[in-house]
Design a protein around this ligand. Sequence first.
Ligand SMILES: Nc1ncnc2c1ncn2[C@@H]1O[C@H](COP(=O)(O)OP(=O)(O)O)[C@@H](O)[C@H]1O
Ligand SMILES: [Mg+2]
Length: 266
Amino acid sequence: MSNNKWYTPAGKSYNFHMDLLQQKHLMIAGATGSGKSVVVNGIMYNALYSAPVDAANGKQFILIDPKRVELCIYKRLPHVLRYASEPEEMIQALQYAMALTEARYKAMQRDGLRLYDGSDIYIIIDEFADLMTTQPKRVKPLIQRLAQIGRAARMHIILCTQCPLAKVIPTEIKVNFDSVLALHTATAQHSRNIISVAGCELLPPYGEGYYQRPGKPLTHVSEIPLFDDATLQERVAWWTDQTRTTPPRFLRRIWPEQDCKIQLTI
Ligand SMILES: Nc1ncnc2c1ncn2[C@@H]1O[C@H](COP(=O)(O)OP(=O)(O)O)[C@@H](O)[C@H]1O
Ligand SMILES: [Mg+2]
């Protein structure tokens, strides 16, 4: 399964991972081994693929990787504002995201805008439970605030979790996730916790899921594409090469200058 397209029952083709990348906040939930990290890698691949073609589409990332191995291949990319895997670093990365959100709100107030005019920043959290258990008292308010106010500032959260029980994802946080990709779960109860109905327990161990988007019915998705390590490495190497040879001008073309300034003031 290395096809990058996703076909609906009506035969219409989507670029599945690109579609996931368009959501405001996205929760990817499913049992261990159900393919959450595979989906995140697909999202990264698509973001890396689209940016050079269309400068206005340049996406940036803050990567939080409690397992330390899932997202580390991306850590030196110019798209990545912060990569964090140590407990204190992860908190700092969230604080940085919050500071960036506030700076963007100031810019919006100044310019009389309701939606920030600049690049989208995705805060990707692989294994939210691991992050939440490190320091719940500090993590919860940061995530909750980011989920509540982030979207107008084009700050989006993509969060992976095994089972969104209230103690892992408090309701105040969960309600702000308008999109959900539910993968295989161990039990019907886990499925209900994720998409309010049973069914995920009947999915194959990986490669299929249910996708909930705002205002759309729950959709069954099949043949979720897998990008193998060599394909991902190749894309990362391409970017590393590009930025080594032509750094500042190249990056400015992709990310508007006001964003660079905001980053420098933090
Ligand atoms: N869509 C898929 N297509 C093919 N293989 C997959 C797919 N999703 C998962 N797998 C297989 O399952 C393994 C575990 O997936 P992973 O994303 O690491 O699970 P999780 O992050 O949910 O624990 C992968 O290494 C891969 O071998
Ligand atoms: Mg994983």
